[in-house]
Design a protein around this ligand. Structure first.
Ligand SMILES: C[S@@+](CC[C@H](N)C(=O)[O-])C[C@H]1O[C@@H](n2cnc3c(N)ncnc32)[C@H](O)[C@@H]1O
Length: 276
């Protein structure tokens, strides 16, 4: 039995806050899972009901940050949906480096960093003269605790072991007497990790060649997801790629062409029409 009273009103406030501050939709069937995620927090604050916790959320912005960190699902892994990285390695990077020396990539919901490091490894695999290139990967997320793990670049050995042996040996060093490994500084040097909320303003100026936003918009309201997909288009170079998660449906077809499962290319024709 649930020890902490979680009224429908409190859950309604969680839903409201989730939508307003993050963009996510909390369905009724999530109530139990939400309860389980927050119970430890209530205990640590010596609060014994969700109603009291909601009072705190209404008045304390710092607690809202904790709420955001607890409510977001940060599940990820190295080379998740590997076909995206194969496409970048075998097709997109080899083609683009024929005409460009500058590459900008945005990993727009990087969670604990595995997606950004997988992208950096893929760039090293695909681009022989990477030292002569100007490559930057911007990796952002709303969750500050996840971002700290991403910045540290220290992962449990069992997470790394799912990667090819070659990648493990080349890019990770075991931390003596622990079950953890440290990511190579050369990968870290390609990436900058920053907090960014997708439903607020995006401060970046330049355009990106590739934007990843995988397994994130699926949690958003359909209207917000559509608007974000539209905004991504404005932040892409003509011919640039938007990479979504396998179960996410592109909600605007007009400015993108599908090139492979869940990989969409910004239409080059749009840019021609804009210039004219
Ligand atoms: C399930 S993880 C997916 C991680 C990674 N993209 C992947 O596919 O493996 C979803 C991530 O989206 C982030 N997220 C959720 N809402 C966000 C928002 N409004 N702005 C930025 N990031 C958000 C979460 O913090 C979480 O790290």
């Amino acid at each position: 039995m649930n020890k902490f009273h979680f009224s429908e009103e409190s859950f309604a406030y969680f839903k409201e806050l989730g939508l307003k501050r993050i963009g996510i939709v909390l369905n009724n069937n999530k109530k139990e899972a939400v309860y389980n995620r927050f119970v430890k927090r209530l205990r640590s604050l010596y609060i014994d009901s969700f109603d009291d916790y909601c009072l705190l959320l209404r008045t304390n912005e710092k607690e809202v940050s904790v709420f955001i960190n607890l409510i977001t699902n940060i599940h990820t892994s190295f080379f998740r949906e590997n076909h995206h990285f194969i496409y970048l390695e075998k097709i997109y990077f080899p083609a683009i480096i024929k005409s460009k020396t500058k590459l900008r990539i945005w990993v727009a919901s990087c969670a604990t960093g595995e997606e950004a490091y997988s992208t950096a490894i893929t760039a090293y695999d695909a681009i022989p003269h990477i030292k002569n290139m100007d490559i930057k990967i911007l990796a952002t997320d709303i969750n500050t605790e996840a971002l700290q793990i991403a910045k540290n670049g220290i992962y449990e050995t069992k997470k790394i072991q799912k990667m090819s042996l070659e990648h493990q040996q080349k890019w990770f060093t075991a931390i003596p007497n622990t079950e953890y490994m440290q990511v190579d500084q050369k990968l870290k040097d390609l990436i900058s990790f920053n907090q960014l909320n997708l439903i607020q303003s995006w401060p970046m100026r330049g355009l990106f060649d590739v934007i990843f936003c995988r397994n994130t918009l699926i949690y958003f309201s359909s209207e917000i997801a559509r608007k974000i997909m539209e905004r991504f288009n404005q932040y892409l170079q003509p011919g640039g790629l938007l990479i979504l998660g396998h179960s996410e449906v592109l909600k605007i077809k007009k400015h993108y062409n599908r090139v492979q499962t869940s990989i969409y290319q910004k239409s080059i024709l749009d840019a021609i029409y804009e210039v004219n």
